[in-house]
Every structure is written in structure tokens, then in C-alpha cells.
Design a binder for this molecule. Structure first.
Ligand SMILES: NCc1[nH]cc(CCC(=O)O)c1CC(=O)O
Length: 315
């Protein structure tokens, strides 16, 4: 280490949102850094930052709109120096960071699959004709309707506990959550079944934690390099290149997953009409170092196939 390591008197400030999942993720980053540099926990402070997305909980995300709903305030804190690093669910991160900030560190990826959550049923196929499913995710809504046009999808926002309560109250028969979140929170008692990626291709970067820092902070760069997971970085390079070229906003149902096999990468991508009436997908294999290029190529191919108006609502 070339730089002065943090100490309890001058701790490294770790910024995060305040949800249970966000805190678990920030704690994991602190634990890994403490371990890697043999530092006491007191050499790190976890700074909770409330974002616009956390503040507005009574409206669908797509209505509030705009990218970076869950990141703007955290990135401002990085830029003004009140925090040194920020921990994010990469699924929620825009593909571009504000000038002066960079994300180039990832923890080992958790289970990237979606979980089917229902007190009594095990899979989408088990749902009776016309059953109600809750989700706030445009991707999951479109994927469910694609597979089962008979199902009714209702808006389901709020944290994990809120959603589980809604299931208990019978507001819906089932919902979906990321396996990663359930695993990180050790919510073993939640009635869940992992959905095969052939049945529901996950969101870009689902299950991956990324760490953002100032570009001109060599100490943070050197510390983070010690806990970086190269394989997750390679997967996300391809997935996020795919997303960036699609220019996906939170209003476009997009799915994608890169998987590594030796020196090869299998990349799958999917774009869907928001009402689930149509979907276009692709599945390619390339060498890992070509992943980002494969992601961009796939995006261009799917966009050409989709044509203009593909993402428009059609009620
Ligand atoms: N959009 C919310 C969000 N962002 C990250 C996760 C789960 C953890 C992850 O994918 O890393 C979730 C909740 C969910 O989809 O169940």
C-alpha cells in the first residue's frame, strides 16, 4: 500500500442507501476491506444517505422517472468528499457515471436469478388461470405476460417486508424478487423458488454489487483493487455494454446475462414490448475479452430487429 490507510481517527467513509439490503451490502464491503488490509472495523464509517427514490414511495418508479433516482444524492456526497466510496446494487445503476466518478470494483456476484415468491405455489406454471401477480419491475411484468397472457399484473412497490405482507393479505398470489437480495439478507423463511434463466432472463447486473469512487482518489483505487472480483467485472462489462447501446431507461423492459465458461462467455439478451405481447432475444458465445463488443453487437442487432415503436405501450 502506497498510501496512508484509514484509521479510527480518520476513517474511510462508505456511503450507502439505508434499506436493510443496502446496509448488508455496505457491511460486506467494510468486512472485505478490513480483512484485506488487517484494519479494525472502526477504520470505516458507514454513512447512510437518503435518495429521491427512497423518499417517494407512493408512486410507480416509472412515473417519477429519470435516471439515477437512487444514486444522485450518493454521487453528490462522493463528489463533495463527504464519503470516499459508495456501495451500489449494480442493477440499479445507470450505465454512465457523472464526470469524476468511476465504478471499476465488483464483489463476487450472488445468485443472479429471480425468485418466484408465493405462500403456496412453486412456479409461474402453477398459477391458476387469471391469477394476480404483483411486481413493480417492467421487465418482470413483460416477461410474465409473454409467458402467461392470462395473468393480471398489479403494481407492487415497497421493501421486501411490505411486499411479503401484501402476499399474506392476498393482494396477489405471487411476486418476484431477486434471489441475491433474499440470500444477502439470509431470508431463508421466505417461500421462494429460483426461476430458471431460460424462463426469466434476469435484469442486467442482477446480483452484483459495485463500488463507486472518485477517479482522482488513488488510495480508494488501490484499496478497492484488493477486493475486486475479476469474473464479475467481465460479466458486467458485457451486460452493461449491451444495456448502454440499447440506451435502456427504466421504462424499457430489458434482460441480459453473461456467463463464463473457461475462456468463453455466453451472452444472452432480450428486449420485450412493455405489455409482453412480443420479445426479441439473442444468445451468443464469444471469448471473454470480446464480451463488451459482443454486448454492443447484440444490442444493435436487437434494435434493428425491433424497429421503431417496439417499446411503445400498446394497451
Ligand atoms: N430494484 C431494486 C433492487 N435492486 C437490487 C435488488 C436485489 C439485489 C440484486 O439484484 O443485487 C433489488 C430488489 C429485487 O429486485 O428484488
Amino acid at each position: 500500500m502506497t498510501y496512508q490507510l484509514p484509521t479510527p481517527a480518520q476513517p474511510l467513509n462508505i456511503g450507502t442507501r439505508g434499506s436493510l439490503l443496502a446496509l448488508a451490502q455496505a457491511n460486506e464491503v467494510r468486512d472485505r476491506l478490513a480483512q484485506a488490509f488487517d484494519l479494525p472495523f472502526e477504520a470505516f464509517t458507514i454513512v447512510v444517505i437518503k435518495t429521491t427514490g427512497d423518499r417517494i414511495i407512493d408512486r410507480p418508479l416509472k412515473e417519477i422517472g429519470g435516471k439515477g433516482l437512487f444514486t444522485r444524492e450518493i454521487e453528490a456526497a462522493l463528489l463533495d468528499g463527504s464519503i470516499d466510496i459508495a456501495v451500489h446494487s449494480m442493477k440499479d445503476m445507470p450505465t454512465l457515471q457523472p464526470g469524476g466518478l468511476v465504478i471499476d470494483t465488483y464483489l463476487p456476484r450472488e445468485d443472479m436469478r429471480d425468485a418466484f415468491i408465493s405462500p403456496h405455489l412453486r412456479s409461474i406454471a402453477d398459477l391458476p388461470e387469471g391469477a394476480v401477480v404483483g411486481t413493480s419491475s417492467l421487465r418482470r411484468r413483460a416477461q410474465v405476460k409473454l409467458r402467461r397472457p392470462d395473468l393480471e399484473v398489479v403494481e407492487f412497490r415497497g421493501n421486501l417486508q411490505t411486499r411479503l405482507k401484501k402476499l399474506e393479505d392476498g393482494v396477489a398470489e405471487a411476486t418476484f424478487l431477486a434471489m441475491a437480495g433474499l440470500n444477502r439478507l439470509k431470508m431463508d423463511e421466505v417461500p421462494k423458488a429460483a426461476v430458471h434463466t431460460d424462463d426469466m432472463l434476469p435484469a442486467i447486473a442482477q446480483g452484483a454489487i459495485g463500488i463507486e469512487r472518485r477517479m482522482d482518489d488513488p488510495r480508494a483505487a488501490e484499496m478497492l483493487a484488493a477486493i475486486h472480483d475479476r469474473k464479475t467485472g467481465e460479466q458486467l462489462a458485457a451486460e452493461r455494454a449491451f444495456l448502454a447501446t440499447l440506451d435502456g431507461s427504466c421504462e424499457t423492459p430489458i434482460a441480459g446475462l453473461a456467463e463464463l465458461n473457461g475462456t468463453n462467455m455466453r451472452l444472452r439478451g432480450q428486449v420485450l414490448r412493455p405489455d409482453g405481447s412480443d420479445a426479441i432475444g439473442d444468445d451468443v458465445t464469444c471469448t471473454i475479452s470480446d464480451g463488451a463488443e459482443a454486448g454492443r453487437d447484440m444490442a444493435r442487432k436487437l434494435l434493428a430487429e425491433a424497429g421503431p415503436g417496439f417499446f411503445d405501450w400498446r394497451e
